[in-house]
Design a protein around this ligand. Structure first.
Ligand code: SF4
Length: 428
């Protein structure tokens, strides 16, 4: 093995892979078998975060940064003048095993530019995973990026070796895709997603009959969208997400703010990065859809196409729907408790447990750990202190922002001053 050349390839292909954020390793339950290497159920440290906030280490590389396509937003596009490299299948296998043995990594995230065509590339990605599993007896985590347009047969094989599969939709709207990635068609993403979903269902039902049936892609599938490259509103982005979660049973949709990398009149200019807060708000909305029982139409719609950056989406919804409040903490159902700003699902659970034994008052709620600076305006409990009524949404927002540590507070207060909204507020 030529170590200098491998090192050079690693530099190039690890750097090119850093733009892909869809590599959380959560959800897999693969355990060590036959005294093999690795155990993806007990992941540890490094480059990526799981759903529950753990940081795990994956060797995150591209098989190659050669590509036949010319997607405007991508560093790897064929017209971009960069140093190119490609790993051989065996090189990726050896690197993974060597890094694993040295305790640098706990798994592999393998993506690729497209050499020749989709199947030619996908075959090589699958070959890496197959060798790791069958020749090296590697039981660590493997996330394979599926190549848009790859055949059903290769997609089926990929899920037998990988823990997670993902096909990146990249651009949330068809119009944006046409503009920035004219070589790609939306069906090229949708077809493999549908295939993965069907295989997961089929293997699961076969396993019920035949115990030895393998689990297909045990950590499911995910996708990534680039935000801010093609002008979609937050509503367009999140409706696409909601569709993917429902239609393809996605485990996760990732939102990656576009980083301007080139002078191209179709794209935002260099120096106009998507604010981190926009990504955060999209993730919060995603969370509300998946765990809090919100429907996307409640959070984003024609009248409200973009998320507010200065307050979180649940508070924003509550301020637009004050007729649902205050909620009686001692009587409300789980769904309504989860809608109170400042109360997370863990607190909802604790409230439901605690109120079996006593009526809850402010002191109890504080002890449960709810965020009082937001919650106090939206609930009633077994005490009258703090109880507030008949405030407008603007007044509530001002009160909450005045007591929060948000970095947007200063900007919001200035804005209110301009409209004279900072007049003393009445209390009831
Ligand atoms: S196909 Fe993928 S790697 Fe190739 S240019 Fe488009 S986004 Fe980049």
């Amino acid at each position: 093995m030529n170590f200098e050349r491998i090192k050079e390839k690693l530099n190039i292909l690890a750097d090119a892979a850093k733009y892909d954020v869809s590599c959380s390793s959560s959800g897999s339950k693969r355990t060590n078998k036959n005294k093999g290497l690795g155990d993806s159920s007990g992941m540890g440290i490094c480059h990526t975060y799981t759903e529950d906030g753990r940081c795990v280490s994956l060797l995150k590389i591209l098989l190659t940064n050669h590509c036949i396509f010319d997607c405007a937003y991508c560093v790897t596009r064929k017209s971009h003048d960069i140093k190119r490299a490609a790993f051989k299948v065996q090189e990726v296998v050896d690197l993974t095993i060597n890094f694993y043995r040295r305790n640098y990594i706990e798994g592999l995230f393998l993506s690729s530019g497209i050499f020749k065509n989709a199947d030619y590339t996908m075959e090589r990605l699958v070959a890496v995973a197959k060798k790791l599993r069958e020749e090296e007896n590697f039981n660590g985590y493997i996330h394979l990026k599926s190549i848009p347009g790859a055949s059903d047969e290769l997609m089926r094989e990929a899920g037998l070796y990988a823990d997670r599969l993902s096909v990146n939709i990249e651009i949330p709207s068809e119009k944006g895709l046409k503009l920035l990635a004219p070589d790609k068609k939306r069906e090229d993403f949708i077809k493999p997603m549908q295939k993965v979903k069907n295989e997961i269902i089929q293997y699961k039902s076969e396993k019920k009959l035949i115990k030895s049936t393998p689990i297909y892609a045990p950590a499911g599938q995910s996708t990534q969208m680039i935000i801010g490259a093609s002008g979609e509103t937050d509503a367009e982005i999140m409706y696409t997400s909601a569709y993917f979660y429902k239609q393809f049973k996605m485990k996760r949709v990732y939102y990656s703010g576009y980083i301007p990398i080139s002078y191209d009149e179709r794209l935002p200019s260099i120096g106009t990065e998507v604010p981190m807060m926009r990504e955060n708000r999209l993730y919060q909305t995603d969370w509300l859809l998946r765990f809090y029982g919100f429907d996307i139409r409640e959070l984003l719609n024609k009248e409200h196409p973009n998320l507010e950056t200065d307050i979180d989406p649940k508070l924003s919804w509550a301020l637009r729907n004050l007729e649902h409040f205050p909620v009686d903490i001692n009587k409300a159902d789980r769904r309504m408790l989860a809608r109170i700003p400042g109360i997370g699902m863990r607190s909802v659970h604790k409230i439901i447990q605690a109120r079996r034994y006593r009526k809850l008052n402010w002191e109890h709620l504080k002890a449960i750990g709810i965020s009082m600076n937001r919650a106090q305006y939206f609930l009633i409990c077994d005490s009258a202190t703090f109880e507030t009524k008949d405030r407008t949404a603007a007044q509530l927002k001002s009160l909450i922002m005045g007591t929060s540590g948000s970095k947007w507070r200063g900007a919001y207060s200035n804005q209110l001053n301009l409209f004279g909204s900072n007049a003393p507020l009445t209390t009831s």
